[in-house]
Design a protein around this ligand. Structure first.
Ligand code: CA
Length: 262
């Protein structure tokens, strides 16, 4: 009997421009990823279905189906971390990308170290926890099944955080509302975790922007970063609302940020 090799880190690169593709794959390979390349949106969706990448880079300007539509399709079945890549730095484009389900964005032309920084931010976010179990392909599921943790009366000691009908396990990336698992992207989970961990304290958009990127909380968050927080938060609330819980769970503190509702 031999020990199975560690799971390969797979990334899907959806990019029709050969030059950009070379830069992206070179950075990913150096970061330890196995890359699957797709040059159209349709092939990209298929590649994600087939290879279950932890990370997907997605060009917006693609022949046929564009990157926004690809992001929406990916979100219907995958929680792969999506870095959207655009030639335009129009805020409206990028916010539309985040709204379609992207986790992060990068504007062309970019330096390899900028992409490395984005990948580093993603890896720090999954480090110490695991990606949502439903994201993993069926044949790997037994390897990532969370250990059974007997819940205690008040949740203390079990690792679970509770708020009303919501319960969340920060380290295991698990979240349930009314006992039913919630299907959140990593960005949405990071925001929800930050708000729940703060208990009733207000979490500023600035702090949430840092939580998304795992950057220095004293560092600067641009107006753009704060808008990105708003978009991800709106998506999160929509999912909570679908289960009848959004505004009941998280309240907006106008001009400042968010906190758990009473
Ligand atoms: Ca393109």
């Amino acid at each position: 009997l031999s020990v199975p090799p560690p799971l390969p880190r797979v990334a899907v690169v959806i990019e029709d421009d050969p030059g950009a593709r070379d830069v992206i794959t070179a950075v990913l390979v150096r970061a330890g990823f196995t890359c699957v390349v797709a040059t159209t949106g349709t092939d990209g969706v298929q590649a994600v279905q087939q290879h279950h990448p932890i990370l997907t880079t997605l060009d917006i300007g693609l022949p046929g189906v564009d990157g926004f539509e690809v992001a929406r399709q990916l979100r219907s079945f995958s929680t792969t971390y999506v870095i959207m890549i655009s030639v335009r730095d129009e805020e409206s484009d990028i916010l539309m990308g985040l709204d379609a389900g992207a986790d992060d964005y990068l504007v062309k032309p970019f330096r390899p170290r900028e992409l490395r920084a984005r990948i580093g931010a993603m890896l720090r976010r999954v480090e110490g926890g695991r990606p949502p179990a439903h994201h993993w392909p069926a044949h790997q599921e037994s390897a990532v099944d969370p250990p059974s943790v007997p819940p205690t009366e008040n949740g203390v000691g079990s690792g679970w955080l509770h708020h009303k009908a919501l319960r969340l396990h920060p380290a295991m990336w698990l979240c349930e509302l009314g006992g039913v698992p919630l299907d959140l992207t990593r960005s949405e989970f990071s925001l929800l975790r930050a708000v729940v961990q703060a208990d009733r304290r207000v979490v500023t958009k600035h702090a949430l922007a840092s939580a998304l990127r795992r950057t220095d909380p004293d560092g600067s968050a641009t107006a753009f970063d704060r808008r990105a927080v708003e978009v991800h938060m709106a998506n999160l609330r929509r999912k909570l609302d679908d289960r009848g819980g959004g505004s009941v769970l998280i309240e907006t503190v106008r001009g400042v940020g968010y906190r758990l509702s009473r």
